[in-house]
Write a protein that binds this ligand. Structure first.
Ligand code: 5HY
Length: 243
């Protein structure tokens, strides 16, 4: 099985970290193909970044479909371009936020999310609403750190996240913690041990869900709104999309 794991920002270091984390949990027969767009923001920290990043993400999905990958993972906690990607894809397309929320809901009655900047809290809250998970989430906690600070995540930052995770466990009754950034892909085990409750990390969650869907023969439905995009002309830099 071959799974494309797309980091929608253009940080090579984060793309590598995400690829290593994805391969670490993949089955022996699963090959992970990490990638990121050539063009776009180095990190995604708001609505504008997400909108720009989505175009590059969709180009990567187009390439992945052409390569015949069995599934695709969108390794950004905003799940940018998820439904548009599903229109293009034949195999399943899994966003790391949706994946993490669902797995957290299977091991706890209430979970909390720990993410980066306060200004992106609303993005996670909108996703909880869209996925019908709002009632299961005690809160979206923000560390007020830039996404790229996770590229050089030291023990002090790990301890900061662990302290917040224990607070959410003790003060809000969270039974599980969801790590709300693709840049936290390498922190699942250390934080699970430090916080003492299930810690769900989106990249690993999405890879395992993708494997399960492929093995069940479940690809993206091509009936209705997720059918391939209607043929039409595109102009300018998108002329190559015309069909
Ligand atoms: C992410 N931004 O997973 C998101 C989430 C965040 O560049 N990768 C990004 O932390 O806002």
């Amino acid at each position: 099985m071959r799974i494309q794991v797309i980091n929608p920002n253009t940080s090579q270091a984060m793309t590598h970290k995400i690829g290593v984390a994805a391969q670490a949990v993949a089955r022996a027969g699963t090959e992970i193909f990490p990638c990121c767009p050539q063009d776009g923001p180095e990190s995604i920290e708001g609505h504008f970044d997400e909108a720009i990043a989505a175009v590059g993400l969709l180009e990567e999905i187009r390439k992945g479909v052409a390569h015949g990958y069995d599934a695709h993972v969108i390794a950004c906690f905003g799940d940018p371009g998820l439904l548009a990607a599903r229109e293009l894809a034949i195999g399943p397309v899994i966003g790391i936020a949706e994946a993490a929320f669902h797995l957290a809901s299977l091991v706890s009655t209430r979970f909390a999310v720990i993410t980066t900047l306060g200004r992106t809290r609303i993005i996670a809250e909108h996703l909880l609403q869209r996925y019908g998970m709002q009632g299961l989430c005690t809160s979206v906690s923000c560390l007020e750190i830039p996404v790229l600070a996770l590229e050089a995540c030291d023990d002090a930052l790990i301890e900061r996240i662990a302290v917040e995770g224990r607070r959410l466990r003790d003060e809000e009754g969270a039974g599980a913690i969801v790590l709300g950034c693709g840049g936290m892909a390498d922190l699942r085990q250390v934080l699970s041990e430090a916080i003492g409750i299930p810690v769900v990390e989106g990249v690993s969650a999405a890879v395992k869900l993708a494997e399960s869907l492929v093995e069940l023969g479940l690809g993206t439905s091509k009936h209705g709104d997720l059918a391939f995009p209607l043929g039409k002309g595109f102009t300018g830099r998108y002329a190559h999309l015309s069909r």
